[in-house]
Design a protein around this ligand. Structure first.
Ligand SMILES: Nc1ncnc2c1ncn2[C@@H]1O[C@H](COP(=O)(O)OP(=O)(O)OP(=O)(O)O)[C@@H](O)[C@H]1O
Length: 263
């Protein structure tokens, strides 16, 4: 297996709280992988470390051969890590196109001075960014809302715009934090289809944090299970579904039912 992402003994402390404790996992290039676990298990903290929002307290993250502790957090997007956020992080007063364009800025090399001195290069970069946005709009089937102000859109549509913005930075690895929470069944099925297309057509490796077991079981190649900051299981959907420790001790009650529903 070629690991695009390798996490070794990763930890994060918030004062006395061990939010992530000695977690190791690998994500193969081309996989769709899920991180699941109950509320407070440490999933978002893990994502925040992989995307540079938080510095780890210990351990190592290697992405595409790069030890991420050796580069500045604001360069994580430029090396190929894109993400969406659990709570939408869009410019509500901007249009869909404007919001997606903000995702392209990691690839715009020109400065204000360049814009004056090298007008041609700046112009070319801007044209390339706009072409990329058009391609993403078509890919995610959001042509009909392209000029709408984001704050006027439904929650499901805004989630799709956020996905579009994450794709605009041309990631090699896409981290999706609870994409389908609050979505109806049709919207959830659309997202599942897009995630598969993102992997199959765009060649992007995907890691999802997800509570919705149906999508996790349907489209994941591998699942990693966290509880109280520790990894307690890993495997294919079938292996994780059959793991009694996951179903009972960790997921318990309602979540065990939800897992069976995803069967
Ligand atoms: N910035 C912070 N400061 C202090 N504690 C934090 C911080 N961020 C997270 N925590 C704590 O760390 C633990 C893990 O939180 P995290 O948000 O990573 O869990 P999660 O698995 O993503 O949960 P959920 O499914 O509810 O989103 C929780 O106990 C949380 O309260």
């Amino acid at each position: 297996m070629t690991a695009l992402l390798a996490i070794d003994n990763l930890s994060k402390r918030f004062g006395g709280l061990q939010a992530v404790a000695d977690v190791s996992l690998e994500v193969a290039a081309g996989d769709i992988c899920s991180v699941i676990g109950p509320n407070g298990a440490g999933k978002t903290t893990l994502f925040n470390m992989i995307s540079g929002v938080l510095r780890p307290s210990g351990g190592r993250i290697t992405f595409d051969g790069i030890d991420l502790s050796t580069i500045s957090p604001w360069k994580f997007a430029a090396v190929g890590i894109g993400r969406t956020f659990q709570n939408l992080a869009l410019f509500k007063h901007g249009t869909v196109v404007e919001n997606i364009l903000t995702g392209c800025h990691t690839h715009l090399r020109s400065t204000v001075l360049d814009a004056v001195v090298f007008f041609g290069r700046t112009r070319k970069e801007e044209i390339a960014a706009r072409q990329r946005v058009e391609h993403i709009i078509e890919f995610l089937e959001i042509e009909h809302i392209r000029d709408a102000v984001v704050g006027t859109l439904s929650y499901g549509q805004q989630k799709r715009v956020e996905l579009a913005r994450a794709l605009a930075c041309e990631p090699k690895l896409l981290l999706l934090d609870e994409m389908v929470s609050g979505m109806n069944q049709e919207e959830t099925e659309d997202i599942a289809r897009f995630v598969l297309d993102i992997r199959d057509d765009l060649g992007i490796t995907v890691v999802m944090i997800e509570h919705e077991m149906r999508i996790v079981m349907d489209i994941s190649d591998r699942i990693h299970v966290l509880n109280f900051g520790r990894k307690i299981a890993e495997g294919t959907p079938d292996e994780v579904r059959r793991d009694p420790a996951v179903a009972e001790a960790y997921l318990g009650g309602q979540r065990a039912e939800a897992m069976k529903a995803g069967a």
